[in-house]
Design a protein around this ligand. Sequence first.
Ligand code: C5P
Length: 319
Amino acid sequence: MGPHQPSTTSPEAAIRPGKVLPRVRVQVPAKINLALCVGGLQPDGYHRLGTVFHAVSLFDEVIARPVATPGIVLTARGEGAEALPVDASNLAHRAAQLLLDRFPETEGGIELELRKQIPVAGGMAGGSADAAATLLACSIAWDLDTTPAELHELASELGSDVPFALHGGNALGAGRGTELMPLLSRGNYHWVLALSHAGLSTPAVFARFDERGDQPDTQVPQGLLNALAVGDVRALAGQLRNDLQPAAIDLRPELGEVLEYGLRAGAPGSILSGSGPTCAFLAESEEQAMDVASALSSHPQVRAVRRASGPVPGARQMV
Ligand code: C5P
């Protein structure tokens, strides 16, 4: 569960005119689904999932400044920020609003600044990460007495991937993806991430999955859990599974080429991250990751390459 570090600031101090207002800085990781096993479409419009979340060291930051004037003011900078809405449609904005609705006694407003490194619409849960970081940052900035369980509950209301962004590490996800069970694992895994020129819409990829009529199956491969438990990188590479991958490749055939290209460059495993379009490659060592990254950086369908490692903790206050 996401930690709730107590604030040293009372709401009175935060809104007193002339006082230097404290700011709260929270760092939050991106995720890869090591397994994304997709079940049938439910009446609520969501698919049942069996998934293994893995948090990687590609981070967004949310900086929250409590201000005397009520309201939420959001700005964004960094990776893909120019494409992000900063109004009430942004999930981070909705996260702050959800806290205001739940804690109506909150005084003053908040200025939120997103510093992005996680690709926008990249299948790495960047928007969910920002929402999770906002929940934590605003809870601290407004000195709300939220427990980790309350934050988890609020996160579930915001989106399927938001609770995991609070949680971090490795976790088994069920239901819509919001029911989490921590997974013990050994080892530190090296990843290469190939970013795409354009984002993919998650609902569009799930819709294509339904059209294809692929067999629904939420059972996470036991071999993958075993590989994680013992820290066997080659076994893990062979067990990576994403049921949305064929649907995403239907919509964007070049993703299949990129996934193949990284394997030929020496990566033992490749997988589309979530609903894509980011392609993730598992390497056996940092040196191998550097070689794979270098090869992928010259592929015309790859906009940029990042290296990351996992697992890493979830949303954390930075001091
Ligand atoms: O929960 P979140 O807002 O992240 O989901 C975005 C969209 O992805 C949903 O509106 C739905 O179309 C699709 N989705 C799904 N089944 C899930 C999670 C997401 O169909 N378990």
